[in-house]
Design a protein around this ligand. Structure first.
Ligand SMILES: NC(=O)c1ccc[n+]([C@@H]2O[C@H](COP(=O)([O-])OP(=O)(O)OC[C@H]3O[C@@H](n4cnc5c(N)ncnc54)[C@H](OP(=O)(O)O)[C@@H]3O)[C@@H](O)[C@H]2O)c1
Length: 240
């Protein structure tokens, strides 16, 4: 169990789906939570559930302004941050070259990849003050170059933008782990399972609370790792 007795976690994309379920399970287990949401109404709803230990952050990760908002919130409430979970993200739609637009690709990169980058840049001073900090980028099996190249997702049902953005986010995870290996930071790129959310694919078999519980159980057992790992909790490693 690598975490201190009063641990803290910042979770992006906490208004619904997996992010909201993660926020609930960490808060129920006594963690101080910093759910990042885009709308004040979502912030109020989450804070009402755990008024003493939940400090929502309201910002949109698709702009650089998010960094100052995140830093200010952490400065007001925490001296250190144990875990950052970059969970915000959404599915793309265009699955054909003739349909895909730069605007769609840009909008997904702004959240999956640059949003994770911005949140991590803002949170890094607090992460580096924790004993054994973790950054978890919620990735997808669809970000695996190996799986895509072997034809596993070649049936035409998955978008260019989503697969490109998750592959880029995976590269961010690897770069980050290498830069901060000597600082004790552990970085994971996690496929959370196929979850029944607004962004979930057809055939999703896990509820968001079940996926969040599984992730939480798994995280408790992870030793610090200087090497970036690409994992599905309680299932195993994925090929990059
Ligand atoms: N569902 C699956 O089967 C599955 C599988 C593999 C990976 N994932 C990954 O898991 C993560 C969570 O997905 P989900 O299934 O829980 O999706 P979801 O229910 O659609 O939730 C997406 C979340 O991202 C937030 N978000 C979107 N754009 C944002 C922005 N610009 N700034 C801040 N927040 C933003 C949304 O906020 P609003 O409510 O304000 O829109 C919402 O909280 C994603 O990274 C997804 O790629 C999901």
């Amino acid at each position: 169990m690598p975490f201190p007795s009063n641990p803290s976690v910042l979770i992006t994309g906490a208004s619904r789906g997996l992010g909201e379920a993660l926020c609930q399970v960490f808060a129920d287990n006594g963690w101080q939570t910093f759910p990042l949401v885009r709308h004040a109404a979502d912030a109020e709803r989450l804070k009402a559930r755990h008024p003493l230990t939940c400090a929502p952050i309201v910002t949109d990760l698709s702009g650089d302004d998010a960094k100052a908002t995140i830093s200010a919130a952490l400065a007001a409430h925490a001296s250190a941050l144990d875990v950052l979970i970059n969970c915000a993200g959404f599915a793309g739609s265009a699955t054909l070259l003739s349909e895909v637009t730069s605007a769609e690709i840009d909008s997904l990169f702004q959240v999956h990849c640059l949003g994770a980058l911005r949140a991590t840049q803002a949170a890094m001073p607090w992460l580096l003050r924790a004993g054994q900090p973790f950054v978890v980028n919620i990735s997808s099996r669809l970000g695996s170059l190996s799986k895509n190249a072997s034809g596993e997702f070649a049936d035409g049902s998955f978008s260019y933008a989503y697969r490109m953005a998750k592959a880029a986010q995976n590269m961010f995870s690897v770069c980050l782990a290498q830069e901060f290996a000597a600082s004790g930071l552990s970085v994971f790129s996690v496929h959370p399972g196929r979850i029944q959310t607004r962004s979930g694919a057809a055939g999703a078999d896990l509820s968001a609370p079940a996926a969040a519980e599984r992730f939480y159980r798994w995280l408790q057992k992870q030793p610090p790792s200087p090497q970036c790992r690409y994992v599905e909790p309680e299932v195993g490693e994925l090929p990059w």
